[in-house]
Every structure is written in structure tokens, then in C-alpha cells.
Design a protein around this ligand. Structure first.
Ligand code: FBP
Length: 552
């Protein structure tokens, strides 16, 4: 592999551990906290997790290591979408495991959870692991989206663990993967397999967070990467003064990524899905809101601007969700083949018109034709519309264009509206981790091994106090069941980790809401620039604005 100068330099970086983990393995002991209960539905969750529910929260502190001296054989899995820092979780886990006992072994199951089921692995050693220190990506062992959730899968996993003498599995993933980790931990305990299961909180989306998990890893680097690009686009917009840029940012349903990027770059517009849902905004109302900014800026001679659109926005528009549900219904079963066989778009349009309610047809009719067609082209394996593939940045710019045309006809607007579109997603998921993510991830992995060594199972590796310098971070573990509630999934009530959406009464949104009226009309852009890896701590170790505001 040919190395870039930055990669070579990043190999030399020593990630910072929380103070209590810095004195060497022999000087880490456990401080017991309170017994826990789930955030809701306590009786139901307790019934589902008789062996792992209600355990104590723990933190580590400096003191004599009293854990049992036994050989550990650990399996690690990367699950779901890539997030910067994943390699450092593996490195931290590996270093703690080897520092405890050089005979300990780390299996990396390849390609995500399916690697465990298919017994597809690589044994990790110094030469291999060292190539991935402080680098982005999940290519050390690969990732995948297979869900570990059935008894049959658990039985296979238990067999594979038995075959290799595996004593613990570490699952690095988002809310669903950690929910599955808790269920797997319960299965392993109930069947006396002797296999512990520990989770680590990952996702760039930032939606795995709660009173215990301050943020998931990868969010910091991904949002800094997007914000750098958005800032650069803003500067171009402010230089050329001739384009409105519509920028969609990844983040699945929740708008945490969009909000963080807005806090970092102060664009003219940033839509927040959770607010759209709370206010029950229609597509027309959203377009009108954006068009107000375009028109007011045009009146001041500024025919340019930047609008951030979160990936999941359309799901939050009530009338759009109804439309999607009706389309899914309309194309159920044999109807898909019938629809596909229709020769022209005109025939297809007539089919759609006959099948949708009047209200949904009215929403459908205002969509640009390419978006209308997209709704019928991109289907998931269950035949449903893939909402994440809808080009919402183009949808909203088209709706705003129509709105402005009407204003022009009414004589209330006389500007120019030239648009450019961008989608920022995959660009940020494998970036070199920021110092924050490099440190946080290494600490999560190191800490995960300490949880294993002290015999815990069904716990999430928890590192908190993250808005402070790393030596003040607090390392420990939290039973995953504490984060669970019951939710309806695929027609069944299931115990799951609650997904965190943007809180409209939270400080990050409140700050945004207080400032956005000014940002919409004036040019208040800020240019965060590229992630800095070397230099003063106030530049290199900066946390997200979201975390800073939440902890202020
Ligand atoms: P995770 O929830 O697994 O971390 O993945 C998040 C994400 O990056 C979303 O932001 C995005 O919608 C999705 O993955 C894209 O998935 P894929 O990589 O399968 O295209």
C-alpha cells in the first residue's frame, strides 16, 4: 500500500485515553454505580432480559486491577454504515487485550455480523493492526448490514464461539446493532455459553444518544467534513454571487447532521425534519419559507444563498408520508408488474391518478416530473419506495422556483434564481478521524476490553464528559437494557434502543432557532475549513457545536 504523507504522520499519533485508563492495565479498577432500569416499559423489558436486566452502571478508576486472570479470545464485528474512527475502536480493543496478556487473541469477523454466522474471520496481529491506526474506513475487517436477531442465528453464533474458544464478542454499531448485541448477550447468558457481549456506539447520523451516550462516534468527523465543504461552497457563493446552492446532507431520518452543519456554517436556510413534523408543514409551506429568504435577499441585491436539506426530510412532511404509504399500497402484489408493463409515462400517470386519493394526487401533482418518476423507479426489496433516494435537494429547489414564478407574476419578486445541487454523504463516512474521534474511538475500544476483563455482558462501552479535555473523560459501562423501550416493529412489540431525534427544546436547536431569521436574510456564513490534526488544542480538539451547546 502506498502511503500518503498524512497517513504516515497519523501513524505516529498517540490517541488520548481518559485519565483513569492512563496508568496501565494493572492500575484500573471498578467503581460500582447504581442499579439501572430501562427508560420505559420496565416490566416488559425486564421479562425479556431475565439474565442481563437491571445490572449496575459502572465506572473505572485508578486502583489495583482485581479482574480474573484468564485467557481472553475476543471477536470483533463492525456493523452498518462506515463511521470515522472505527479502526481506532479495534486498535484500542487490541492494545488493551494484548497489554493484559500477550496470549490473548482478537478475531476480526469479516463483512459485518454475517462474518460471525459464516465463521469468516481474520486473526488480528501487530503487523496488520498497525496499518490502520488513526485512519478512516472500516476496511480493516469490513462491515455489513446483516441483522443478528433470530434464535437460529444466535445458535450458529454460539457454535462458532465455542469452536474458537471465544470468550467475548464486541459489536460496533448503531441503535439496531446494539439492540441486537443486548439480545445476543441475553441468549449467551441464558444458554450458559460463557460468551460476553459488549457494544460500542457508532453512527455518523448522531441518533444513538441519550442521557448516557453523549454522542456516537463518527458524527464529529463526518459533520466537520461536510461543514468544511459547505463553508467552501458558501465562500464560492459569496464570491460569485450568482447561485443558490441546495445541499442535501446524510443522516437518515434524524436531522442532527444538518443541524450541526448549520451551527458550524450559518447558511441562509437549514430545514429540520423534526420541526417540519411538529409544525405539520406541507411541501408548499416549506417552499414558501425558503422562497421568503430568496426574495428578501434578492430585494437587497443578493441573488445567491445556501440551503441545507437533511436526507430524511420528506418522511417528516405529513402529506408526503401519506403519499408514500398510498404508493406502496398501490403497487402491492401484482400491481407492480401491471404498472411496469404500461408503455408510456402518460399511461402510468393515469394509473397513478386512478389509484391515489384526491389529497395525495394533489401532492403528487406539484412534484417535478423527475421526482414523480423516482417514486416509482426506486423500490426496496419489499417493494416500498426508497425515501432516502429521493433527491430532496432538487425537489425543494424546483418547488421554490415555482413559488418564485408566482411571486414574479404577482409583481412581488424580481430577482434571479439559478440553482446548483449537492449531496454530501459518503464523502464524510471514511474521512481520517478528527483527533476527537481518534481519541474517543480508541478509548471506547480500550474500555470495551476492560468491561470484558471484569466479566460484564450486555453492556455498552461508555465514555462521557466528552466536551472536556480527554484526561477528564469518564470511562465505564452501561447495561444496554437501560436505553430500551418497547416499540412496534414489523407488526410485533420489540425491545429496542430508542432512536434520538433532534429535540426542539434542546439547546442546539434553540440556538439555531434564535439566529436563523438573521442568517436567512443577511450573509452570515462561517467557514470552518478543513479538520486540523496538528496544532493548538483549541483548533485540533474542538468538539461539535451540538455537544458544546448541550454541555454548556
Ligand atoms: P448507520 O446507521 O449504519 O451508521 O448508517 C448511517 C448511514 O450513513 C445513513 O446516514 C445513510 O442513510 C445510510 O447509512 C446509507 O447506507 P448505505 O451505506 O447502505 O448506502
Amino acid at each position: 500500500m502506498k502511503l500518503s504523507p498524512l497517513q504516515t504522520a497519523r501513524y505516529q499519533y498517540t490517541p488520548k485515553l481518559p485519565g483513569m485508563l492512563r496508568n496501565g492495565i494493572s492500575e484500573i479498577c471498578v467503581k460500582n454505580g447504581n442499579a439501572t432500569e430501562s427508560v420505559a416499559d420496565q416490566e416488559k423489558i425486564a421479562a425479556q432480559f431475565p439474565n442481563t436486566y437491571g445490572k449496575n452502571e459502572i465506572t473505572f478508576q485508578k486502583g489495583k486491577n482485581t479482574s480474573e486472570a484468564k485467557k481472553q479470545v475476543v471477536g470483533v464485528i463492525l456493523s452498518g454504515g462506515q463511521a470515522p474512527g472505527g479502526h481506532n475502536v479495534v486498535c484500542g480493543l487490541y492494545d488493551a487485550l494484548k497489554a493484559t496478556n500477550p496470549d490473548n487473541v482478537l478475531y476480526g469477523f469479516k463483512g459485518g455480523p454475517s462474518g460471525l454466522l459464516e465463521d469468516d474471520y481474520r486473526i488480528l496481529d501487530d503487523d496488520y493492526v498497525n496499518q490502520f491506526r488513526n485512519t478512516g474506513g472500516f476496511d480493516i475487517i469490513g462491515s455489513g448490514r446483516t441483522k443478528l436477531e433470530t434464535e437460529e442465528q444466535f445458535a450458529v453464533a454460539a457454535e462458532v464461539c465455542k469452536k474458537h474458544g471465544i470468550t467475548a464478542i464486541v459489536i460496533i454499531g448503531g441503535d439496531d446493532s446494539n439492540t441486537n448485541a443486548a439480545v445476543l448477550a441475553e441468549y449467551m447468558a441464558a444458554h450458559n455459553t460463557g460468551v460476553q457481549v459488549i457494544g460500542c456506539p457508532k453512527t455518523i447520523d448522531g441518533d444513538l444518544k441519550n442521557e448516557d451516550i453523549e454522542c456516537s462516534f463518527g458524527f464529529d468527523t463526518a459533520t466537520k467534513t461536510y461543514s468544511e465543504i459547505i463553508g467552501n461552497i458558501e465562500r464560492d457563493a459569496n464570491s460569485a454571487k450568482k447561485y443558490w446552492h441546495f445541499i442535501k446532507v446524510m443522516g437518515r431520518s434524524a436531522s442532527h447532521v444538518a443541524l450541526e452543519c448549520a451551527l458550524q456554517t450559518q447558511p441562509n436556510i437549514c430545514l429540520i425534519g423534526e420541526e417540519v413534523a411538529a409544525k405539520k408543514m406541507s411541501l408548499a409551506q416549506i417552499a414558501d419559507y425558503i422562497a421568503d429568504s430568496v426574495a428578501e435577499r434578492a430585494a437587497k441585491g443578493m441573488n445567491f444563498g445556501v440551503a441545507i436539506i437533511p436526507e430524511g426530510i420528506v418522511e417528516f412532511v405529513p402529506e408526503f408520508s401519506v403519499l408514500i404509504a398510498e404508493i406502496n399500497e398501490l403497487l402491492a402484489g401484482e400491481n407492480t408488474a401491471k404498472f411496469n408493463a404500461l408503455p408510456t409515462w402518460k399511461d402510468k400517470y393515469a394509473f397513478i391518478e386512478a389509484g391515489l386519493t384526491k389529497e395525495s394526487m394533489a401532492v403528487f401533482a406539484i412534484l417535478p416530473e423527475n421526482i414523480q418518476q423516482q417514486l416509482f423507479l426506486e423500490r426496496d426489496p419489499h417493494g416500498n419506495v426508497q425515501v432516502s433516494l429521493i433527491e430532496s435537494e432538487k425537489l425543494f429547489s424546483a418547488l421554490v422556483k415555482d413559488n418564485l414564478a408566482a411571486r414574479k407574476a404577482a409583481g412581488t419578486y424580481n430577482g434571479k434564481f439559478s440553482t446548483l445541487h449537492h449531496f454530501l454523504g459518503y464523502e464524510g463516512r471514511c474521512a481520517f478521524p478528527s483527533n476527537f474521534d481518534a481519541d474517543y474511538c480508541y478509548s471506547l475500544g480500550y474500555n470495551a476490553f476492560m468491561l470484558i476483563q471484569y466479566g460484564y455482558t450486555g453492556y455498552l462501552s461508555k465514555v462521557s464528559n466528552l466536551s472536556k479535555p480527554a484526561d477528564e473523560w469518564v470511562a465505564g459501562g452501561m447495561p444496554i437494557t437501560k436505553m430500551m423501550n418497547m416499540e412496534r416493529r414489523n407488526g410485533q412489540d420489540k425491545p429496542v434502543i430508542r432512536k434520538a431525534l433532534v429535540e426542539l427544546d434542546g439547546k442546539p436547536f434553540q440556538y439555531f432557532a434564535e439566529h436563523r431569521a438573521e442568517w436567512a436574510v443577511e450573509t452570515c456564513f462561517t467557514y470552518p475549513g478543513a479538520i486540523q490534526y496538528f496544532g493548538p488544542a483549541e483548533v485540533c480538539d474542538l468538539t461539535t457545536r451540538t455537544l458544546a451547546l448541550e454541555k454548556a
